[in-house]
Write a protein that binds this ligand. Structure first.
Ligand code: PLP
Length: 378
């Protein structure tokens, strides 16, 4: 018999909406055309591809021409940051030590291969960027690219986007934001936002893995980033992942249905844990700023001493609870989290990232508290 699992690792990936899976199956089996072919079968595929682009653009409040499909968030971050350097000739990048590896490591490559500089904005112990420091960096040098993520994938902090945007505007900086953890969870009007570049990853909002997109504000055009074909208006060569792209558009559409109600339900789960966890496990602390500017889908906790940090995940797994420690990408590798390290958080005691979706229930949260409590009793 299959045992029932509790899945609190939705910042790593989310279960695919059944409607999305069904639609993708229909496409894979029924619409096999190559969107670049000019015959009827190819044209049918092209129609689906462009309808998906329009749908995504409509939901994000951007122009279809500002959306380019990619294989996900990692590729989009790489393409955008390389594009800022190669096409837009920016050599100065300002970021924080809390960014996703697809940003930090791309910037390190730009420094190594293109002679770019990376400057890190200071953050406080809760992970909020010091905006005075950002301003002093912007004031001091050549026009930069500011790359600051919208919601942190480990601790959930939300960026004060408008304030950062004002500073970018004042000093002529381009504003790239890794929006992977917010798109599909918050209704963002990207056109009215100060973002020049933003990023979509379908599997974070119940879409398929291997499908994503990037937003490039019109007038901030970057050049081709994969060569060898004319797909994506010459920007990204290669036959499109049609089923993935159409699945992504459908998942985004479904994420917008009752988004407020879903948010309210998830917030109840999160609020319950915010209260119950420290009450039941003395010494437990929350990382980041969960009571302040934070996305409702992520909670990061440091557990008290008394449990071997390496044993926590396997023991929770044994109890049927799926969570992660550290970042999604390094989970399983037992590497300390670079985000918690940057915040000076001791990682000798175990930490957990709990991340939620519309599929979670309050009963699951209660069960998690019970399981952790039992573990600490033992
Ligand atoms: N950026 C953030 C903030 C993420 O959380 C992730 C995924 O964990 C990514 C980028 C990478 O996205 P993808 O898995 O689509 O490559």
């Amino acid at each position: 018999m299959k045992r029932t699992l509790i899945y609190f690792d939705n910042a790593a990936t989310t279960p695919v909406f059944p409607e999305v899976a069904e639609l993708m199956f229909q496409l894979v089996s029924g619409n096999y055309g190559n969107p670049s072919s000019i015959h009827e079968i190819g044209r049918r595929a092209k129609v689906e591809l462009e309808a998906a682009r329009r749908q995504i653009a409509r939901l994000l409040h951007v122009q279809p021409g500002e959306i380019y499909f990619t294989s996900g968030g990692t590729e989009a971050n790489n393409a955008l940051l390389w594009g800022c350097c190669k096409s837009l000739k920016r050599k100065r990048f300002i970021t924080t030590k809390l960014e996703h590896p697809s940003v930090i490591q791309t910037l390190e490559s730009l420094r190594e291969f293109m002679g770019c500089s990376i400057e890190f904005v200071l953050v406080n112990e809760q992970g909020a960027p010091d905006l005075d420091h950002l301003e002093s960096l912007l004031f001091d040098g050549a026009p930069a690219v500011v790359s600051l993520m919208h919601a942190n994938n480990e601790i959930g902090n939300l960026l004060p986007v408008e304030k950062v945007g004002e500073l970018c505007k004042k000093y002529g900086a381009l504003f790239h934001s890794d929006t992977v953890q917010t798109i599909g969870k918050m209704a963002i009007d990207i056109d009215r936002s100060p973002f020049d570049f933003a990023v979509v990853s379908a599997h974070k909002f119940h879409g398929p893995k291997g499908a994503g997109a990037m937003f490039v504000r019109s007038g901030k055009g970057i050049g081709p980033f994969v060569s060898g074909g004319s797909q994506e208006r010459n920007m990204r060569a290669g036959t499109e992942n049609l089923a993935g792209i159409v699945g992504m558009a459908k998942a985004l559409e479904l994420s917008y249905v009752d988004m407020d109600i879903t948010e309210g339900r998830i917030k109840k789960i999160r609020d319950f844990l915010l209260e119950a966890l420290p009450a039941e496990i003395p010494g437990l602390r929350f990382n980041g700023n969960p009571m302040g500017q934070a996305i409702y889908t992520i909670l990061n906790v440091s557990l008290p001493a008394g449990m071997d940090a390496d044993m926590l995940l396997p023991r929770l797994d044994l109890a049927g609870v799926c969570v992660s420690t550290g970042s999604a990408c390094s989970s399983g590798s037992n590497k300390p989290s670079h985000v918690l390290s940057a915040l000076g958080i001791d990682q000798k005691t175990p930490n957990l990232r709990l991340s939620f979706s519309r599929n979670n229930t309050l009963e699951e949260a209660e069960r998690l508290v019970e399981v952790l409590k039992e573990m600490y009793k033992k």
